[in-house]
Design a protein around this ligand. Sequence first.
Ligand code: CDP
Ligand code: CDP
Length: 225
Amino acid sequence: TQARINIAIDGPAGAGKSTVARHVARELSYVYIDTGAMYRAVALHMNRRGISPDEPERATEEMKQLQVELIPGDDRQSILLNGEDVTELIRTPEVSLQASKFAQIALIRETLVHMQRQLAERKGTVMDGRDIGTHVLPHAEQKWFLTATVEERARRRYVEWQGKEQITMEQLIKDIAERDHQDATRAISPLKQADDAMLLDTTYMSIDEIVQRMVKQANSILDGE
Ligand code: CDP
Ligand code: CDP
């Protein structure tokens, strides 16, 4: 059988991780795994139960009862909460901020990281998140850290949410800056570039350019084996 690798993609919100990861996975016939969706699903569930991120004990107890499933698909993955498909429901500005708050709770991270490692066990995955290269898959054969200016990242989100959410550019910049800060300063597995990750500032790069760079790099690793 052909050798396969794991590719880890980390970086702040709006850097282009999920778009790029999905394309790279398609080109290599790999499985794309969006770990952010898991944190979002947990946040949605806690909200529904009226549990706030300021109550880590309650959230921890609730997490023990909760079943989160990620079902990889050809183009899109599905995310299930106790069997309910919440793939669409987790894509809101509120859930984004809440996810970042619940993502600070130890048992929530441990549970999801365990699932993520299992999904990558047989290799051939492209996984994106905040701590993939540093913590989830420290031995990933290829690691990338994507960035872009906060203005550009907010602009990308603005374009995405136009017509769907009533949100201003100012509010988006504020939300993203708050999330960057929360994610980079938390105690457990903060957002950080792994020592052996390749840094790409995507502010002026097209999606296709980034994808081609990654695929080329992956092929050179595979050819070398
Ligand atoms: O996953 P992450 O939050 O890092 O970003 P994303 O959801 O992949 O990208 C946010 C938006 O920016 C998407 O609508 C992408 O199509 C767009 N994008 C872009 O216009 N140019 C890039 N170089 C990367 C992403
Ligand atoms: O797509 P976007 O970059 O806006 O966010 P996401 O990747 O869906 O992640 C939502 C939140 O989940 C992040 O702001 C992080 O706080 C958290 N997260 C995390 O802590 N670790 C990961 N591996 C992925 C997401």
